[in-house]
Design a protein around this ligand. Sequence first.
Ligand SMILES: [Zn+2]
Length: 311
Amino acid sequence: MKLTSHIFKWVFFVFIFSNSVWAQNIPTPKEHFGFDIGDNYQLATFTQTEAYFKKIAAASPRAKYTVIGKTEEGRDQFMMIITSPENLKKLEHYRSISQKLGNPDGLSDEQAKALANEGKAVVWIDGGLHATETAGIHQLIQTAYTLLSRTDGETNRILDNVIILMTHANPDGQELVSNWYMRNPNPEKRSLQGLPRLYEKYAGHDNNRDFYMLNLKESKNIGQQLFIDWIPQIMYNHHQSGPPGSVVAGAPYRDPFNYVLDPLIISGLDAIGAANQNRLNVEGKTRLYQQKRLCVFDLVQWRIANHNVLS
Ligand SMILES: [Zn+2]
């Protein structure tokens, strides 16, 4: 009994100790960028962000750094895959399941249910598509750090159940916008006004509109992951409203719904929206949430909703 108790304590100690060491080994954004994400007058460039994602992926058994293609200006477009170390060992297996369920021609109901039972939820989170909406890429940095560094029960449960695809949507835009903003040595004089050129080489702000035809390299790279290689079940495509009266916007959406979409898309979006809104309320972040005026407003969302992905 005593020995068992000692063994238990030792195992418990090793578990806690290894977890805490592991968490401490993940460099914080402040250690890398020199500021906390969200600090006033501070934006991270793509060069800094790319280096950070490589650094934290190398430091964590929960992450795999991948490149999904080149941008129009020749930069690497990264997608960092985050899940439990156990899931990472079987990543190709889970990718194959998600792909089969997303394109289920030839599957019987029984086969589909068995795959759904065995598979993991695949969730896409991107950032930085519209580069002047700077919160987008900075949330990706903070979210990645949070998922790799936390060792609480909720985080571990998420990592066990979910494979998260964290993708930079517009590396060229972040490099341009952040360098332009940070060029002024006086922080209080920094501004995004007067950008010298488009923050996507050809389409600028219309890079999301390109998702109906996939002309741009960034859209093609993302499309390959969303529609062919992974086919996630949920997609978060981040945008940012202007500072005055800012709110968190998203599902549940307002009527009328588009009758072309499967009813499960609508009810699934409502469920995600309710969960998001409920969690914000639980955390005391009330009165932040606002519905969008129309269902599936953005063209990226529209495109992927037609592939039965919740977005
Ligand atoms: Zn936007």
